[in-house]
Ligand binder design. Structure first.
Ligand code: ATP
Ligand code: MG
Length: 418
């Protein structure tokens, strides 16, 4: 086989799909409980959207975008994240006006970044995320963090903590930039070429550098929290207060910054230590200037995004199986004569939402049982000549060595009660 999936992409195979659906269902349900509605934006957008939205001195825009020209010469980019696109749609469709002051949107889907593929880092990866546009209230920040943590709890990844920081507003950032310039001036010649460029263009980006040589200097640099203005400090204190009211104690991390320029004030990250180097499962924060920067009225907002592949990896590391998974029922036939009856039975059960598999081709009972085992069927129904003529079948629980004769009429109710 010559052609393989492109580097950094993976096929999500049927054996993993149950986990994907499990997480997606929980995310959808939990996020809906917080009043969010789904939005689906295009996979590709005008390149300009991300350059303006994410910032032209970020790694994402500088190094990681899949950008190409379409046949009319327009510059198009596969979305590396979805906040900028959701804000674009929000402005394009006047969603703010339709919904009153606060609109809450969520999305799920693939994102694309040209990164070095590693465990938990791909070039096509899936995120789900939320954007709440139209409120400056710190209680909303706390609610977003609580919602993200609740999703992990329900998936079974328990005990995760949110790391929290404030990255300030435009005003305090200006004074922090001056503090950083002063501090890094003496070290920059020993730091990586990227950081040398960052010091000129956007010194806070240095704090996100992963290069070992730079880490020594970054670990000792002044933190943003010492430079934030009283209003930003107060906002952070209020977020902490609301989190505590919700029974959540965040970990304050004064060195936390985010890789996108649009963040203001609240920044947070949720990590799972089982994941090693790529341990952030979700991250987010406030972006009070983005709507205005994209040409809309000044509108505060906050959101987060979570990485599906890392959640799946964490589930595997912790042996978490999807709970409440539906048990597959396998219908085996003892002879060709009863095959039409088994097909009718399968359709009846499926109509009642019971997952059923039956074999069309496997002849012997033995090979049908093997097929059932390969499918991880929880139950096998054996349709025999004399039993089916009395409206009955043999029902076998594959996890116990038990079987019982049961009326076809009662099967659906029996599975539903189990
Ligand atoms: P990292 O520091 O790990 O690169 P990031 O700050 O670039 O993460 P965000 O842009 O905030 O990540 O995206 C939110 C989440 O999406 C991350 O916490 C992570 O779970 C996931 N994610 C980001 N990039 C990738 C990728 N290349 N492959 C898989 N998952 C990713
Ligand atoms: Mg990244």
């Amino acid at each position: 086989m010559g052609i393989k999936a492109p580097r950094g992409t993976v096929d999500i195979l049927p054996q993993d799909m149950e986990k994907w659906h499990f997480i997606e269902d929980i995310a959808r349900q939990t996020i809906s409980c917080y009043g969010y509605q789904e939005i689906r934006t295009p996979i590709f957008e005008a390149t300009e959207l991300f350059v303006r939205g994410i910032g032209d001195s970020t790694d994402i825009v500088n190094k990681e975008m899949y950008t190409f020209q379409d046949k009319k010469g327009r510059s198009i980019t596969l979305r590396p994240e979805n906040t900028a696109a959701v804000v674009r749609a929000y402005l394009e469709h006047n969603l703010g006006i339709q919904q009153g002051s606060l609109i809450k949107l969520f999305y799920m889907g693939p994102m694309f970044r040209y990164e070095r593929p590693q465990a938990g880092r791909q070039r096509q990866f899936y995120q789900f995320g939320t954007e709440a546009i139209g409120s400056v209230h710190p209680g909303l920040d706390a609610e977003v963090i609580a919602m993200a943590l609740q999703i992990f709890e329900q998936v079974g990844i328990v005990g995760l903590k949110a790391e929290l920081n404030s990255v300030g507003c435009n005003e305090c950032r200006t004074s922090y930039h001056a503090v950083l310039l002063e501090y890094f001036r003496n070290h920059i010649s020993q730091m990586c070429p990227d950081c040398q460029m960052r010091l000129e263009k956007n010194p806070m980006r240095i704090l996100d550098c992963k290069a070992k040589t730079c880490q020594i200097y970054i670990s000792q640099c002044p933190t943003v929290i010492d430079s934030v203005c009283p209003a930003c400090r107060n906002h952070l204190d209020e977020v902490i207060k609301y989190l505590q009211l919700m029974g959540i104690s965040p970990i304050l991390n004064p060195r936390l910054v985010r890789g996108l320029d649009y963040y203001t004030k609240t920044a947070f990250e949720i990590r799972d230590e089982s994941l090693g180097a790529q341990n952030a499962v979700a991250a987010g924060g406030r972006y009070d200037n983005l709507v205005r920067d994209m040409g809309g009225p000044a509108t505060p907002a906050i959101g987060f995004a979570a990485g599906m592949e890392r959640i799946i990896l964490a589930m595997k590391n912790k042996d978490i199986e999807p709970i409440g998974k539906q048990n597959m029922v396998y219908i085996a036939v003892t002879s060709e004569e009863v095959r039409d009856k088994s097909a009718a039975l399968a359709q009846r059960l499926r109509a009642d939402n019971i997952p059923v598999e039956l074999s069309w081709d496997k002849k012997s009972l033995k090979s049908q049982f093997r097929h059932a085992a390969n499918m991880n069927a929880r139950y096998t129904i054996i349709v025999g000549d004399s039993e089916i003529n009395q409206g009955k079948v043999m029902l076998k629980d594959m996890t116990k060595e038990e079987q019982q004769l049961i009326a076809v009429e009662e099967l659906s109710a029996w599975f539903k009660s189990g």
